[in-house]
Structure formats: structure tokens, C-alpha cells
Design a binder for this molecule. Structure first.
Ligand code: NAI
Length: 394
């Protein structure tokens, strides 16, 4: 037993709080349940990248909105030698406990989802326990991928393409406005980032699932992407990660041609462990939070995923897409009035008005929540057991 306090190092918090993470999961469950059951939703769901951010919220919505049995795949760290486990570990331990209490099947596989071994283990578990799934969600965010065919390791990078990009950014640790200067990507950087964050691995998963007869007739598949505002184009949409996302989006089209009911959902910019690592984006998110909260249309991961299920995939109109066949839950972020307001605030921000003119403090509190800190009703001075098993893993 020990007390756990946040220890932030750059854009990551190296500690996480088991009770706080469980509370964070519980709050998301309460939100979905508060909106009532999702009629016509999936009943057996595989989520790849299920432990944090959008994947976790997807799992919670499937289970507690649709009453679905879920199998989650993720790469998380258990506690070790007095060091707390990663937040995704605690989230998954809590999720499995709550889902089981609610009478739902919930098992998890912890390991590298890019590897053939973990894919096979997942399929074996799925076949043994669930037979077939009617929804596959692909929500991985990773800086590296080992190609299972060649054993070669690829690293994704966050760089602009063509020329150096210099822009205002926020040092979230020191609470300072800085200038981020990013060198242009090489051709190799672009190819490597696509290899990690593009659609190749998604295709491998879908083909393996179909080959194993693990997809129910009419099963849907969804992966997540981001577009964002012109402000962040050089580092996001027109940068290396944007190229990888374009590849992911065109993979959905190829999968549909191959007979899968596959889509990409474009989600809103939100603080997660993945997005906090992208230069410039945390400042944009702090501004966006202010604008959207003032307009009463702010959403977190759970609100986004709940709305995606209810209105964009399993609603009365079926799957709702734009002219590029993309599901758009970033629709409120991209609203003209929201973008105009954010674009007007952007040039006026300096270290002096960072807290008054953006929602930087909310950004930071949301960031800490990802690691289980700052949740209401949790006594952070109390000693807690940091060795928490995930029931299906141990
Ligand atoms: P996250 O960092 O919260 O979640 C990543 C998940 O992937 C975790 O469950 C993690 O355990 C798992 N993972 C990472 N590497 C793995 C590996 N090798 N094997 C197995 N599991 C692994 O990230 P977030 O933000 O939820 O991202 C999920 C997807 O949503 C990504 O495709 C991201 O680009 C997309 N997205 C994120 C947005 C944002 O603002 N955060 C906006 C729109 C889309």
C-alpha cells in the first residue's frame, strides 16, 4: 500500500492512480447509461487499442450502451517493484470488473497488437468465447511498429512535409508559450509513419479475422482518424501523420471493395496520451476547449463515442458519412463559428494570457485525469494497493 502522486515528465505522467482510473471509467459508464440503451447496437465487439482514450470510450459505449460482450487488446504495463501500473492497465482492470458485475463478458489481451502472436491469441480467444464479432474497432496510437512479415522496426514521426514549420506551441510542463520549429520529413520518415499509423496493420487484422471465420455476417469495422483546422495542417493533416491517416482512410475504401463494411470515423481533437505528444496541437486543444465550452458543445472521448454509436453508426439512418465516405464526429469542432473563434484567439495568445484566454487549466486537469488524478471523491492522501490484477489476465 502506498500513496500515489502525479509525476509529470514532459508530455507524459509517469505515475497513475488505481482508484482514480477506476473512477474515471465509472464516470464514463454513468454517462453512457444516463443516455439509455442503444437500440440495434453490436453485441460482440473486438476493440484493438482498448485501454485508454478513444478505444476505452468505445469499449465502454459498446458494453454499457449496447450491452455488448467485449474483447480488448492493448499494450500496457502492470505495476512493478513498487511502481504503479500504467493508466490503461488500471482502466482495464476496472472496466473488466464493472462489466462482469453487469453480467457482460469482458476479457483482455495485453501485448503488441502488431505481432502475429497477439493477433492469433486474440482470434483464438474470440473463437473460443464469442464465436464471431459484429464490430471491430481499430484504435491504436503507437510510435513504433515491428512488421510481422520482416521483423523490421519502423518509427513514426511528427514532422511537416516540404519545409520547416515554425509555430506557436505550449510547453505544458512549464506553462509557457514557446515556438516549435520542426524540420521537414524525409521520404523515409513519411513512409515509416505510414507503415506504423496507416492502414496496413488494420488490413492484416481484418483479413485474419475473416479467414478465421470470426466476423459475423454484416460485421462492421471502424478505425479513427483526424483532420483538424488549417492552423495545424502543416504538423498534422499535411504532415507525416496526416499522410498516414490518408492511407488509413483509403484503406477503408479498399476494405469495402474487398467486402468488408469498413469505415473511418474522424474524431474531435482531445487530450489523450497520444495527442499530448504532438507539437502545437495541445495549444489548439486548449483554445478549442474554451470555444466549445463557451458554446455548450464541448465533448470528451465518451461523449464523442456515445454520439458516434447512437447517431452515426447505429441510428435510424444507419451509417452516416460525408461525401468522402468518412464518419464525421468532428462535425462540431469543424463548425464555421467554432473555427472562426479559435482562429481569432490563436494569434493573441502569449504566456501572460494563456490561462485567461484559453482553457489551458481545463486541458491540464483533463490530462491528469487520463492518469487517474483530480477525480472527485478520490482521497489522494490515502494509501492504495497499486498491484491491481486485470481479472482475465491476472
Ligand atoms: P491513446 O494513446 O489514448 O490510446 C492508444 C491505445 O493503443 C491504447 O489502448 C494503447 O494500449 C494501444 N496501443 C498502442 N500501441 C499498441 C501496440 N503495439 N499493441 C497493442 N496496443 C497498443 O490514443 P487515442 O488518442 O485514443 O488514439 C486512438 C486513435 O484515435 C488513433 O488512431 C488516433 O489517431 C485517433 N484520434 C485521436 C484524436 C485525439 O485528439 N486524441 C482525434 C482523432 C482521432
Amino acid at each position: 500500500m502506498t500513496t500515489v502522486k502525479p509525476r509529470v515528465r514532459g508530455f507524459i505522467c509517469v505515475t497513475s492512480h488505481p482508484t482514480g482510473c477506476a473512477k474515471h471509467v465509472q464516470e464514463q459508464i454513468d454517462y453512457v447509461k444516463g443516455n439509455g440503451p442503444i437500440e440495434g447496437g453490436p453485441k460482440k465487439v473486438l476493440i484493438i487499442g482498448a485501454s485508454t482514450g478513444y478505444g476505452l470510450s468505445t469499449r465502454i459505449t459498446a458494453a454499457f450502451g449496447c450491452g455488448a460482450d467485449t474483447l480488448g487488446v492493448f499494450f500496457e504495463r502492470p505495476s512493478d517493484k513498487g511502481r504503479p501500473a500504467s493508466a490503461g492497465w488500471y482502466n482495464s482492470a476496472a472496466f473488466e470488473q464493472y462489466a462482469t458485475e453487469a453480467g457482460l463478458y469482458a476479457k483482455s489481451i495485453n501485448g503488441d497488437a502488431f505481432s502475429n502472436e497477439i493477433r492469433q491469441q486474440t482470434i483464438d480467444t474470440l473463437k473460443a468465447d464469442l464465436g464471431q464479432v459484429d464490430l471491430v474497432v481499430y484504435s491504436l496510437a503507437s510510435p513504433v511498429r515491428v512488421d510481422p512479415a520482416t521483423g523490421e522496426k519502423y518509427k513514426s514521426v511528427l514532422k511537416p512535409i516540404g519545409e520547416e514549420f515554425t509555430a506557436k506551441s505550449v510547453d505544458t510542463d512549464k506553462e509557457l508559450i514557446t515556438e516549435a520549429s520542426l524540420p521537414p520529413a524525409t521520404e523515409e520518415d513519411i513512409a515509416n509513419t505510414q507503415k506504423v499509423m496507416g492502414g496496413e496493420d488494420w488490413t492484416l487484422w481484418m483479413n485474419a479475422l475473416r479467414e478465421a471465420d470470426a466476423l459475423a455476417p454484416g460485421a462492421k469495422a471502424v478505425a479513427y482518424s483526424y483532420i483538424g483546422p488549417v492552423l495545424t495542417y502543416p504538423i498534422y493533416r499535411e504532415g507525416t501523420i496526416g499522410k498516414a491517416k490518408e492511407h488509413l482512410e483509403s484503406t477503408a475504401g479498399e476494405l469495402r471493395i474487398a467486402g468488408y463494411d469498413a469505415y473511418v470515423s474522424v474524431n474531435k481533437a482531445l487530450v489523450t496520451q497520444a495527442s499530448s505528444a504532438i507539437p502545437v496541437v495541445p495549444l489548439y486543444i486548449s483554445i478549442l476547449y474554451k470555444v466549445m465550452r463557451e458554446k455548450g458543445i464541448h465533448e470528451g472521448c465518451i461523449e464523442q463515442m456515445d454520439r458516434m454509436f447512437r447517431e452515426k453508426i447505429y441510428g435510424a439512418s444507419g451509417v452516416v458519412t460525408d461525401e468522402k465516405d468518412l464518419i464525421r464526429v468532428d462535425d462540431w469542432e469543424m463548425r464555421e463559428d467554432v473555427q472562426e473563434a479559435a482562429t481569432a484567439i490563436w494569434p493573441t495568445i502569449s504566456t501572460d494570457n494563456l490561462k485567461s484566454d484559453t482553457d489551458f487549466e481545463f486541458y491540464q486537469s483533463e490530462f491528469l485525469k487520463l492518469f487517474g488524478f483530480g477525480l472527485d471523491g478520490v482521497d489522494y492522501d490515502a494509501e492504495v494497493e497499486i498491484e491491481v490484477p486485470i481479472p482475465s489476465i491476472g
